[in-house]
Design a protein around this ligand. Structure first.
Ligand code: BYC
Length: 329
């Protein structure tokens, strides 16, 4: 049951009969839905793609704490504060599972951090937008975590075991995150006219950045073919974006809010909503480091990393001493 073609990423797509016996056996495992584990043989490009995607995902969880952490001290009630705090802490946990999954591929946490701080590795474009009002906490939970779930539920079946297993718990927690965001939106739209206006304004600002989270359109996606052949990705960027629009539009209607897209229309023939694409030039600018908050976000992460150096050094020194004591005993 070998795949017809295998994309190598660097060399284009090769026919199955061009594969080495190791590559063919590897592809057969993927096609048979047998998980790849860290000690199994894997093509170098598979390892590299996974480190890139899992690392980017881990960085997104960690950087993703910043726009919401910004609101913990300003939550309107004690209950909302406790919920938001729990959510932000969950994101830290997600980052840690994902860094651990990436480390099983032979890259260290320090290397991953250095690559984030130097700009060599990315994190999700969405976190380069500011959170200006409390309604943004609603929009982020509803739309950003909603988009994350759409992308991550299929990743529970991804071919690399540690990544797939991390996704199971992450998805459970993301569902709670999405619900808490929608709950904030429900409160805002049933409040004063000014509060409803804040909710609409948050939707207006987060709609297109949320659509960008799924990556460029399929025709411009560099990695999709290869990643789909290796079941690192289970769906294309456009498929997931369409699913997200189909699920989110009725939720906006229920809230009594308007999606900021004049061309949004239900298409009976396709059974999907037709919608306007995000501004891909803006997306490219954000990826290049020129979004509204890129410098601030990266600056905050670098400051936290440098500020924590004494603590990491202390932990390492303690571990070294404990190891010596064990040898001596
Ligand atoms: N932002 O060939 P493509 C979350 C890059 S949610 C930045 O289609 P791929 C959270 C891409 O890396 C977010 N960069 O790439 C939620 C590539 O550049 P490089 C995290 C993006 O990898 C709430 C280039 O564009 N989720 O964690 O096949 C609270 C070409 O794209 C973006 C994940 O990471 C973007 N939006 O597909 C807290 C899910 N889109 O690397 C936290 C796992 C594309 O060649 N990741 N690029 O320089 C994925 O599913 C895929 O990596 C993507 C992109 C769908 C995102």
């Amino acid at each position: 049951m070998y795949a017809q073609n295998v994309s190598t990423g660097t060399q284009g797509v090769r026919d199955a009969d061009e594969l080495s016996p190791e590559e063919a056996a590897f592809q057969a495992r993927i096609d048979g839905n047998i998980k790849i584990e860290p000690k199994d043989w894997m093509p170098a490009a598979y390892r590299k793609t996974l480190i890139r995607q899992i690392g980017q995902h881990a960085h997104s969880e960690i950087v993703g704490q910043l726009p919401e952490g910004n609101w913990v001290t300003r939550a309107p009630t004690l209950e909302r504060k406790a919920i938001l705090l729990a959510k932000v802490q969950d994101e830290a946990g997600h980052g840690l599972y994902l860094y651990c999954a990436a480390e099983t591929l032979g890259i260290s946490r320090d290397e991953l951090m250095n690559k984030l701080h130097s700009g060599e590795m990315k994190y999700s474009s969405i976190f380069n937008y500011p959170t200006l009002t409390w309604a943004d906490m609603g929009a982020v939970g509803w739309l950003v975590d909603g988009a994350a779930i759409m992308n991550q539920v299929p990743l529970q079946r991804t071919s690399f075991g540690p990544y797939a297993r991390a996704m199971v718990r992450i998805c459970k927690e993301e569902s709670f995150h999405q619900r808490q965001g929608y709950s904030i939106m429900m409160s805002m739209v049933s409040g004063t006219p000014a509060q409803k206006e804040m909710a609409q304004d948050a939707l207006n600002r987060f709609w297109y950045p949320a659509l960008m989270m799924f990556g460029p359109s399929d025709k411009d996606s560099v990695h999709s073919d290869q990643s789909m052949a290796w079941k690192i990705k289970m769906n294309t960027n456009d498929e997931l974006r369409q699913r997200f629009v189909n699920e989110t539009v009725p939720q906006a209607h229920y809230l009594g809010l308007t999606i900021p897209d004049d061309d949004l229309v239900w298409n009976e023939e396709t059974g999907n909503y037709d919608f306007s694409q995000p501004d891909w030039e803006e997306f490219k600018a954000v990826l290049k480091g020129n979004g509204p908050c890129n410098r601030e976000r990266l600056g905050a992460r670098i400051k936290a990393w440098e500020g924590g150096e004494w603590f990491r050094d202390g932990l390492a020194a303690y571990a070294e001493k404990a190891a010596k004591r064990r040898v001596a005993a």
